[in-house]
Write a protein that binds this ligand. Sequence first.
Ligand code: HEC
Length: 221
Amino acid sequence: MSKFPKLLGVVVALGSLSIGINGAMAQKIGVGREATPAEIKGWDIAVRPDGKGLPPGKGTAAKGEDVFQTLCAACHGEFGEGKDRWPELVGGHGTLKHERPFKTIGSYWPYASTIFDYIKRAMPFGNAQSLSNDELYSLTAYLLQTNDVIKDPNLELNAQTLPAIRMPNADGFYDDDREKAEKQFWTQTPCMKACKKEATVLNRATILDVTPGKTTRNKAD
Ligand code: HEC
C-alpha cells in the first residue's frame, strides 16, 4: 500500500484534533487543570513602569551596598563596573548617539521600576528569585546611586517612591510610529524589485578597519 492514504489519515486526524481544541472553548476536553492561587502568585511577579506590582517593603542604597558586595560584586564588580567579561551595570551616560552606544541601567533604561523587576526575576544569576523585597529595594537604590540617578544613600525606596524616580533616558523611547514615519512603505502594491533608484556607498569595511587583515590588528575601542 502506498504511504499516501496513511499520511492522509494523519492529516485528517490532526484536522479533527484542531477542531477539538477550538471546541474546547465551549466544552472541556479533560486536559490540564486550573492553576492554583499559589501557582499564579509564583508567576505573577511583573512590576510595571508605573509601579503597579511593586510589593510592600523598603530599602536604601546604604543597605544595598552590603548586599551588592556579597551577592553581586563577584560578577558585576564592587561599583557595578563589571568583572572580567560579566556585564557592567554603570556608565555610558550620553553615549547613546555614539557609533557604539554603551547601554546600562543608567544610560539606557527608561524606568527605575524595571530594575527592581529584573533583579527580582533574574538575579543573582543562577539563584534567581531568592532575594527578599527589602533586599530588592536596597539593591535597586544602590544601582541608582552608582549610576548618579539618586544622590542620597539614605533615600528610602518603596512602592511609592521608586516609580517616581525619573531615569536619564526616560524620553529616549517613544511609541512605534512607523505607520506614519514610514507611510510610503504601507501600500497595497509594495515595490518588489529594483526599488532603490540610487545607492551611495559611504564607506567600505576594509577602510573602516573592521575586516581582519594579515598585517594590521583591529582597533579595540
Ligand atoms: C554569576 C554572575 C552574576 C551574579 C552573581 C549576578 N549577576 Fe547580574 N547579570 C549577570 C549576567 C550574565 C547578566 C546578563 C544576563 C542577560 O543578559 O541575559 C546580568 C545582568 C544583570 C542586570 C541587567 C543589566 C543590563 O543593563 O541589561 C542587572 C540589573 C543585574 N544583573 C543585577 C544583579 C544584581 C543586583 C546581582 C546581585 C543580587 C547580580 N546581578 C548578580 C551575571 C551575574
